[in-house]
Ligand binder design. Structure first.
Ligand SMILES: C[S@@+](CC[C@H](N)C(=O)[O-])C[C@H]1O[C@@H](n2cnc3c(N)ncnc32)[C@H](O)[C@@H]1O
Length: 279
């Protein structure tokens, strides 16, 4: 979906991820065939519609909000990033701001193996350290020491990114995750976290049934959501202070200047992009 952003009209493009489509199985290779990309761009108004278009716009927003926070962190002298559930996030390859940084990519071994297969030979902007880890089955209490062995300095600022992850973790795995982040983060270290409102997880909320069914079908069911009003206290109990919590609709109005009806569609994602700091 990040890769598909290139096919949105210019006013809706906020991020360029030239690697995104490589992860879309045959689509990436197809787009590389001479002439196909040109035709795909020319015909995009026809096929970039409905759900695909909305999802691509949503990913542009989510990615850009966090990219801006990463750039601010790097400009302030931050040199360490930990991507928890890194997935197919290619910031280490995309963002020039990370040229002096070390990016620790922590992810499920299966996902990470796929990423290494696709990105392994591609020179990154920053130094990438791959750390395979299954949050549900390997004790996260051991992760800070593992990061230290990989060269992480817990006395220096670390920015952690938990993007598109917390909704898939159980309450117990979430507690362990935040405890782990608190232990390796020095005071003031930023944490970018995206979350979904708990309404989405409520079994009686028929409106969101199809979304729940899709993620369950692909093997990553939604497990945890939050009430925005209660999120600051939830974070505070775990040693973090909420600095900003922007709903997808507010980000859309700010970054894309979209109108009220489009903002409402984004509000229906029930998605939030938050920035907290280690207290
Ligand atoms: C929707 S993807 C988000 C990836 C990336 N942060 C992004 O925004 O592009 C969810 C990520 O969570 C990771 N994940 C889910 N359950 C996990 C677990 N038990 N242990 C480690 N990683 C897990 C998946 O491997 C995947 O990379």
């Amino acid at each position: 979906m990040r890769g598909l952003g290139a096919f949105l009209p210019a006013p809706l493009r906020l991020v360029d991820d030239p690697y995104g489509l490589r992860f879309a199985r045959g689509l990436g290779a197809l787009i590389d065939v001479p002439g196909v990309a040109r035709r795909a761009h020319a015909t995009a108004p026809i096929w970039m519609r409905g759900y695909v278009r909305r999802f691509a716009i949503y990913m542009q927003l989510r990615t850009r909000v966090i990219d801006d926070d990463v750039s601010a962190f790097a400009q302030a002298g931050g040199r360490q990033l930990v991507l928890l559930g890194a997935g197919f996030d290619c910031r280490a390859w995309r963002l020039a701001a990370l040229s002096d940084a070390t990016v620790f990519e922590v992810d499920h071994p299966a996902t990470q193996a796929k990423k290494r297969e696709i990105m392994g030979a591609e020179p990154a902007k920053g130094r990438v350290v791959f750390v395979p880890w299954d949050f549900e089955h390997e004790p996260l209490s051991a992760l800070p020491d593992r990061l230290k062995r990989e060269g992480h300095d817990r006395a220096a600022p670390t920015m952690t990114i938990l993007e598109g992850v917390v909704m898939y973790l159980t309450a117990a795995a979430l507690d362990a995750t935040f405890d782990c982040i608190a232990r390796y983060s020095s005071a003031g270290s930023p944490l970018a976290v995206t979350y979904m409102e708990s309404e989405l997880m409520r079994p009686s909320a028929a409106r969101w049934m199809s979304r729940r069914a899709v993620v369950r079908f692909v093997g990553e069911p939604f497990r945890s959501g939050f009430e925005p009003a209660g999120f600051p206290d939830w974070l505070s109990a775990r040693g973090f202070c909420l600095e900003r919590d922007e709903g997808a609709a507010e980000a859309g109005v700010r970054l894309l200047r979209i109108d009220a009806s489009r903002a409402n569609r984004l509000r229906n994602t029930l998605s939030h992009f938050a920035l907290a700091r280690r207290g």
